[in-house]
Design a binder for this molecule. Structure first.
Ligand SMILES: O=C1O[C@H](COP(=O)(O)O)[C@@H](O)[C@H](O)[C@H]1O
Length: 445
């Protein structure tokens, strides 16, 4: 489960103006949407209120957006009628949805008939989430493709406020609050586990006062501000515009403001040596997706097949046949990338085994080779110089180790030791179970 893995450091993108931020954010959303549609044909997104809806203007008239594939939820909602100026839905309607062709039933709002009963209202919204997610993704918590958050000057995000008991909620998906320090007082909100299970989480912060809050959140997470508790598996990306941070040239980022952050920045970026224009754009945030991983022997025998896309068995058999033929025909010094039906096959040979992945045409080959190598390293450490026979006789373990690294086609755990520790822990439980069984058989025989 994504939320059980150690979080990655956040990334910060600073923009010279809110217009550039809005364009870049739109490009990022379209890329995330494309990845999700390629993978599963739908796109689930959760939106915040406050200043965020205005920042979504880059989506209006954007030809890359497939509105009919979106399922929209609200990260939090103020408990007021849906046409009330305080409503987050109202803000999103005003600034975005009234201007784009999204089907009305793809926007999941609160049930207005329950405004007088907060418990019923939040339960009903949770049920709405269950309807969308429970059978398709994780039943424990929904896994959103993208959650867009705001950050209040006090560090609150969604309707999770500093020091509030809701910050420790571990079970509920949606909770309610009657005493919000920011008006209106009655709200419902996603809980932190829901936010932390998302595939991508982005904070959008615009305004000078957000600089100090962001610095507090990034440099002093120990203070436990709500925004600092957002720690999903993949890096949180912070889209920031604030005068004084990004000046007119956009390059005057005050690096000392954010000490703890990993500066793997996009758009206008900076590192410890100072800010510089960055070749990458926000839409290049690495969301590379593997469609499948195959392990094929030199004799053309399939040793492992892990699919991250849903395909009929016939199509899978055809792919295995084609890919095996293509890879086996390669000579040693040839490039490790092969074009195949509008996608890319990335392969690497280790002794008698070919490790083969398919990725999209815009995905990153080198990252994929790195993922393959990481998997081989983990296998190697686990089996001690892994060979083909280890995989043949322990294929469940080979799958389990892969599951520790790659989930839903994306690299989940880049630390091989963490992946190994998880596998060794499950071995220990297994042995313990054997022991328990042997003991109880002896005792009760
Ligand atoms: O009250 C709320 O505040 C936060 C932050 O809003 P912002 O105006 O400072 O961006 C927002 O994300 C949340 O959805 C909203 O209900």
């Amino acid at each position: 489960m994504p939320g059980h893995q150690p979080p990655n450091p956040p990334a910060l993108v600073s923009f010279p103006s809110t217009d550039v931020l809005a364009d870049s954010l739109a490009a990022f959303i379209v890329k995330a949407q494309k990845d999700s549609l390629d993978k599963k044909g739908r796109f689930t997104i959760a939106l915040s209120g406050g200043s965020l809806p205005k920042m979504l203007r880059g989506l209006i008239g954007n030809p890359g957006v497939r509105w009919d594939k979106w399922q929209v939820f609200y990260v939090d909602e103020r408990v007021v009628p849906l046409d009330h100026p305080d409503s987050n839905h109202f803000a999103c309607m005003t600034h975005l949805f009234s201007k784009v062709p999204i089907p009305a039933d793809h926007i999941h709002t609160i049930d207005q008939s329950l405004l007088n009963d907060l418990e019923e209202l939040s339960d009903a919204y949770e049920k709405e989430l269950i309807r969308e997610f429970a059978q398709k993704d994780s039943a424990r918590f929904p896994i959103f493709d993208l959650i867009l958050l705001g950050m209040g000057p006090d560090g609150h995000t969604a309707s999770l406020f500093p020091g509030h008991e809701l910050l420790t909620e571990e079970d509920r998906w949606v909770a309610y609050i009657e005493d919000s320090p920011k008006p209106p007082p009655r709200r419902i909100t996603f809980t932190l586990p829901v936010i932390n299970h998302a595939l991508r989480v982005v904070f959008v912060a615009a305004g000078k006062e957000k600089t100090d809050t962001l610095s507090q959140v990034l440099d002093h997470p120990e203070t436990g501000l709500p925004s600092a508790r957002v720690k999903p598996t993949f890096p949180v990306i912070n889209f920031l515009h604030a005068e004084g941070i990004a000046g007119t040239s956009g390059l005057e980022l005050r690096l000392d403001t954010f000490k703890g952050i990993k500066y793997s920045q996009l758009g206008i970026c900076a590192d410890r040596n100072g800010p510089k224009p960055c070749a990458r754009t926000a839409s290049d945030v690495p969301t590379s997706m593997i469609h499948y991983i195959l392990l094929v022997s030199r004799q053309g025998k399939l040793r492992l097949a892990k699919w991250f896309t849903t395909l009929p068995s016939k199509a899978k058999a055809k792919i295995i046949q084609d890919v095996t033929r293509l890879v086996l025909a390669r000579r040693p010094r040839m490039c490790n990338v092969i074009e195949y039906k509008g996608a890319k096959i990335i392969y690497r040979q280790y002794a008698s085994l070919f490790f083969v992945c398919e990725i999209g045409e815009n995905d990153n080959e080198l990252t994929t080779l790195e993922i393959i190598h990481r998997y081989v390293e983990v296998l190697d450490r686990y089996f001690g110089n892994v060979c083909e026979l280890d995989i043949v006789f322990n294929f469940q373990k080979a799958y389990a180790l892969l599951d520790e690294l790659v989930v839903a086609g994306e690299l989940l755990e880049s630390n091989k030791f963490t992946a190994l520790t998880a596998a060794e822990a499950s071995d220990a439980w297994e042995q313990d179970e054997h022991l328990q069984r042997a003991l109880s058989e002896t005792l009760y025989a």
